[in-house]
Every structure is written in C-alpha cells, then in structure tokens.
Design a protein around this ligand. Structure first.
Ligand code: 2PG
Ligand code: MG
Length: 431
C-alpha cells in the first residue's frame, strides 16, 4: 500500500480574506489523493506564536509577501518529505520541526511549515474519501461547538476609540446550530438600526468585520447589545464574550495600560473587567491583560465572574498552557492551529488543556483563509465554543456555514454551554 505516500508538494503565494499574501501548499500522493491548505496569519499576533516569515520588502506587497516561505516549501521541505505517508501526521510534523530546528519556526517560517502540515491532514482525509474531521478520529463527536460571534469591534473609528477588540454574543440554552446562527445574524443585522437610533450615527464597518463600536465606554456598548438582544426577545438564550486583546493597549515602557486615554495599572484594569463581569452574563473574557502577565491573569481569574481565556497569552502552545495551569492563570484556551505551527503540536496543546478541564475555543484568524482546519479539528475533538467572527467576510462565513452544513449532514446537536460545569456562573441570578 503506497497510496498515501507523498508524490509532490508544491507551494504558491495566494491571498487571505484581508488581501494579505499567504502561503498555500498542495500535496499530491502516489495514489492521487490531494490536500491543499493556506496558512492564515491573523492581525493581532501573540509574540509566542510560530513565526510568520514575510519578505519585508516595502516596495513589494508593502513588505507582506511570503515568497521566501514559498521557496522554503518548494526547495527545502518538499524534497525532504517526498515518500512520507500522509496518514502519519505526527511523523510528517516531526520532520517539519526537525528541518526547521528552532523553537518558533523562525528558519523556514511557521507559515511555510503550517501550510504543509495542514495540507497533509487534508490529503490524508482525501485518501480515505472523508472530511477532515471524520479522518482525524474514529469517534463520532457527541456535539458541535456553540458559536461565539463577534458583533461589535474595538479600534478607532469615526472619532471613537474603543480599546477592547471584540464584543461577542454566544447562544445558550439551545442545541440547534440553525437556531443559534439565526439569532446571531438577526442581532447582528438589527444592531445598525438600534445604534443609529440611539446615537444618531451611521454604523461603520469595524476592523474585525463586526460593527465599529459606537462608544468608548464598554458598559455603553454592552447596554446597546443588551437592548438589541432584549428587543428581539433573545435574552434567555444569549450571553456574551469579550476579547480585550489587552496587549494592543499595553505600554511596555510605562508597564501600564493606555485605557480610555489614561495610563492604568493591572489592578485598575481587573476592577473594570470585574464590574463588567458582574453586570452582564459573560461566557468568557479573553486576553484580559498583556500577553506575558501570567500572574496578573491568575489574579484576574480569582476576581472575574467569568471564565478567563488565553489567546495571545497561551498561543496554542503546550508549555505556555502548562505554565498557566500551574499558577491558575486561565480556565480556557483559544485554539488557533497556525499559532503552534503544526497540526500535531496544536492538537497536543488543546487536548492537554481539555484534559485539565479547560474550555477550548477554536478560532479562525482575522481575515483568514477559507480552509483553516481549526473548525474540523475542533469538531472532531469536541471542543466547546467556536469564535466564528462576525457573520460576514469570506473566512468567517465559511466557518459558520461549516457549522450549518455539519449539523444538517450529521444530525449532531450543538453543545448547550449552559450545561457545562465551568459555566455555572451563568446560572447565577443578579445580572
Ligand atoms: C483574536 C482574533 C480574532 P487575530 O484575537 O482572537 O478573532 O484575531 O486573528 O488577529 O489574532
Ligand atoms: Mg484574541
């Protein structure tokens, strides 16, 4: 049997959903199976993530092209992997790690390596004539993750600067993807009307494809969201999530946060978030402090009335997750396979987190690629929620459509997050 042996690997530069160049790799096996994947990169990138190798020539794609990484696949990785078996993902990933030889994959580029690793996973699925999630585990998943959908974005827009990056809505108390997505989309579509009525402003497109925040005060944003949810009659079935992406407003020199125009210490930021978590039902809060402040996260975790999740903090990296577990810095992890650099390392990190009782939340990257494998892996391994982004923009609608299609095809119900012991705080009265 040699059907799964790699016959050829070819990489090229294509574009992600933000128009940025990415590496795409295509693997064909001796038996004719094929897998193709692009390595998404993200906009707010944690410093512990696998390195994204870009060419850096300001006169060419503004420095964002990935020709070197493409060459590394075609000239270094491809010859070394020819003949390997796509069904042996771990062996392929070990070889990729060995070829690079650096912790953060700085030599060949995490983007070169990840495109090949993901393409191998897709080729293995194609070999078995299966979808990726079916080919990864023999177990039929018991549930599909619940969407955490970004509806209002931070950033600077129309003279308003909202420091927190993403305000999300999360369906709860239901097990139907179809219903969950309907609620999300209806709320998303109603928000511009409500915002215009309340603020007299046209709603702009936010930097993460959601609606641009109409207020710099997160409490005002949350009040608007609550009103939209209430008006549509979905209060019982919607809770919230927040990605602060706090590294974005952390001033390294000052060792303090530039929040709402003033420098604030860690305790002050925790106090703001604590009040938010006491005022609204939050399923989780992500990256509440800057990405290396593990002790600060541990302090926040004790005080916030929600689940504290690490994205830039943990970078889908097992060592960082182990450190977080040791000091109690987080109860959940965002799962972005390209952060780890290979499918095997990402999966190992996420499975370890799940074994530790942590919430695991797959997420596409902002302006990512359509074939990011995070959703298929997350479904196969029964991860809990899925950051789907806003219900517009190519890669995000691909994620949402994956959920709709999978529910329809398999009949597997969506996870009701309210039933998770880690979500006990949602059941407490007083919001
Ligand atoms: C995040 C994602 C957006 P990026 O921070 O969680 O969903 O952004 O892909 O830029 O890291
Ligand atoms: Mg994040």
């Amino acid at each position: 049997m040699c059907g799964g042996k790699i016959k050829s690997i070819h990489a090229r530069q294509v574009l992600d959903c933000n128009g940025r160049p990415v590496v795409e790799a295509e693997i064909v096996t001796q038996g004719g199976a094929a897998g193709c994947a692009g390595a998404s990169t993200g906009t707010s990138v944690g410093s512990g993530e696998a390195f994204v190798l870009r060419d850096g020539d300001p006169g060419f794609y503004s420095g964002l092209s990935v020709c070197k990484a493409v060459r590394n696949v075609n000239e270094i990785i491809a010859p070394a992997l020819i003949g390997m078996d796509v069904e042996k993902q771990e062996e392929i990933d070990d070889k990729l790690i060995e070829l690079d030889g650096t912790k953060r994959k700085t030599r060949l580029g995490g983007n070169a390596i990840f495109a090949v690793s993901a393409a191998a996973a897709y080729a293995a699925a194609d070999l078995k004539n299966m979808q990726l999630y079916e080919s990864m585990t023999k177990k039929r998943p018991r549930y599909l993750f619940a969407p955490a959908s970004n509806v209002i974005n931070g950033g600077r827009c129309g003279g308003i600067k909202q420091d927190f990056q993403e305000f999300m809505i999360v369906p709860k108390g239901i097990t139907s993807v179809k219903e969950a997505i309907r609620m999300v989309v209806e709320i998303f579509m109603y928000l511009p009307e409500l915002i215009a009525k309340e603020t007299g402003r046209e709603v702009d497109l936010g930097s993460y494809s959601g609606h641009a925040a109409p207020d710099e005060d997160p409490f005002a944003v949350m009040d608007l969201l609550e009103r939209a949810v209430g008006k549509l009659g979905y209060k019982k079935n919607i809770c919230y999530a927040l990605d602060c992406a706090a590294t974005g407003y952390y001033d390294v020199q000052e060792k303090a946060y530039r929040y709402r125009g003033k420098l604030r210490g860690r305790e002050e930021m925790i106090a703001v978030l604590k009040k938010l978590s006491m005022s609204y039902p939050f399923a989780f809060m992500e990256d509440v402090l800057e990405e290396n402040d593990f002790e600060g996260f541990a302090a926040a975790r004790k005080q916030l009335n929600t689940v504290v999740v690490g994205d830039d903090l943990l970078c889908t990296d097992k060592e960082r997750i182990q450190k977080a577990v040791k000091i109690g810095a987080a109860d959940g992890v965002i799962f972005k396979p390209n952060q780890a650099g290979t499918v095997t390392e990402a999966l190992e990190a996420a499975r370890y987190a799940k074994e530790q009782g942590m919430l695991v939340i797959p997420s596409g990257r902002a302006g990512g690629v359509l074939d990011d494998p995070e959703k298929e892996i997350g479904f196969a391994y029964e991860f809990h929620m899925f950051k789907t982004g806003a219900p517009r923009e190519g890669s995000r609608t691909a994620d949402i459509n994956f959920m709709l299609r999978t529910e329809e095809k398999t009949g597997i119900p969506m996870l009701d997050i309210e039933k998770l012991p880690i979500m006990a705080h949602l059941g407490e009265a007083g919001y």
